[in-house]
Design a protein around this ligand. Structure first.
Ligand code: LMR
Length: 401
């Protein structure tokens, strides 16, 4: 049997990281996977995370007992409050519930399993382009009707709002629509508030089910409320919805797999039954989630002093990204690199959809040892004051070539 197993395609983003790690060139730069780096190109353990972990290690009342199947309640309650907001009417009415998951991917998978197996949805839409994992997660959960809606306007390097609205309007009723709450991955282009209202109108009129993938709250703009605006707008408008939250980026807890699935319903009385169904899905999948990262996040979100320290950390990360965006644009404009580069500063979050072609990306990797995704997506966090000139020259060379 094993002799019949064929080689599967590599997952691009991890394959590019491996190519970078295997490259011995002294000037190599990793602009691929979405992970934050300091100005010294180092991973950053947030000081507030280190402080919390140190206190946890010394706390002999903690142990390694199982968490409940739906996770650490102090974490999922705080995470749900973080995204819906302190003064959320939905929360006051008891119409939301949170479930700890294995990061954002796990939240999406539990969401997809619930939508497919409990609520009997079978059709889903994702933006063109989107994060490389949305399609596989929903298809592996059993969805058989896969669709895309238009999103990226290549000519104007912005949002194709008319295409998006048209495609949503044409969607079959009872489809799940995956939206990016902020800092759209890979484009870095978000709808304006006015555009979100138009999107909500269509989703409401067509009885579609919105799910907000939220991997960058606070990380995108440095402001937790601003980055949650779209989710809160939909929730306040009375939609039933799901939010899949990752704490990988905003807490720098990539390998701890800390996530939350927040579900907003119309009638609070359905929550116990819903949680009982999700319990079976989780039990039949991974039984219960890990403790460490969720306890770190829970401790920080539930302690006003630590919470303030964390807010300083996210501002540090988001402002370094903004500086690097401005720096890259300025250098390309100074070099006279053909094309317009203002999208680098108008896009937000970790990524810039640079407009470089797959051929140009390959050229840059081979000649300059600078690694990015073949779509031209650049992880801005990989830029530093030390490598930004080198990267700008490489892009300039690729565009002129
Ligand atoms: C990315 O988009 O690079 C990250 O979200 C990492 C991943 O899992 O793809």
């Amino acid at each position: 049997r094993f002799s019949e197993v064929s080689q599967a395609a590599a997952i691009e983003v991890f394959a590019v990281v491996k190519a970078f790690n295997d490259d011995a060139h002294e000037k190599k730069v990793n602009l691929s996977i979405g992970a934050y780096r300091t100005d010294d190109s180092k991973p950053w353990v947030l000081p507030v995370v280190r402080e919390t972990e140190t206190a946890m290690a010394a706390d002999t009342s903690l142990n390694h007992e199982y968490l409940p199947i739906l996770g650490l309640e102090s974490f999922s309650t705080a995470a749900t409050k973080m995204v819906l907001g302190e003064n959320s009417a939905v929360l006051k009415e008891g119409r939301a519930t949170g479930i700890q998951t294995l990061s954002g991917t796990g939240a999406l998978r539990v969401a997809a399993d619930t939508l497919k197996h409990v609520l009997k949805y079978n059709s889903f839409y994702f933006s063109n382009p989107t994060w490389g994992n949305h399609k596989m997660i929903f298809e592996h959960a059993g969805f058989t009707e896969t669709h895309q809606y238009r999103y990226w306007d290549a000519a104007n390097r912005g949002l194709d709002i008319n295409g998006m609205l048209e495609d949503l309007n044409a969607a079959s009723a009872n489809s799940v629509i995956i939206l990016h709450a902020c800092a759209h991955n890979p484009t870095g282009v978000d709808p304006t508030q006015e555009q979100w209202k138009q999107i909500a109108d269509v989703i409401e009129a067509k009885s579609l089910f919105p799910i907000f993938d939220t991997a960058y709250q606070g990380f995108a703009s440095g402001d937790l409320d601003k980055d949650a605006w779209a989710v809160r707008y939909f929730a306040d408008r009375g939609f039933e919805l799901m939010v899949t939250q990752s704490f990988a980026k905003n807490f720098g807890l990539y390998n701890e797999r800390v996530g939350n699935l927040a579900v907003v319903v119309k009638d609070a009385s359905v929550i116990p039954a819903l949680r009982s169904q999700v319990t079976l899905l989780v039990r039949g999948s991974y039984s219960n989630p890990p403790n460490h990262g969720a306890r770190v996040v829970s401790t920080v979100l539930n302690n006003p002093k630590l919470f303030e320290e964390w807010r300083t950390c996210i501002r540090t990360m988001s402002s370094r990204i903004q500086e690097m965006r401005a720096g890259l644009r300025e250098r390309l404009e100074k070099l006279g690199t053909p094309g317009l580069w203002d999208h680098i500063t108008s896009q937000i979050g970790m990524f810039s959809y640079s407009g470089l072609s797959a051929g140009q990306v390959k050229f840059i990797a081979e000649k300059y040892h600078i690694y990015m995704l073949s779509s031209g997506r650049i992880n801005i966090c990989g830029l530093t004051t030390k490598n930004i000139d080198y990267v700008a020259e490489a892009i300039n060379d690729a565009v002129l070539n």
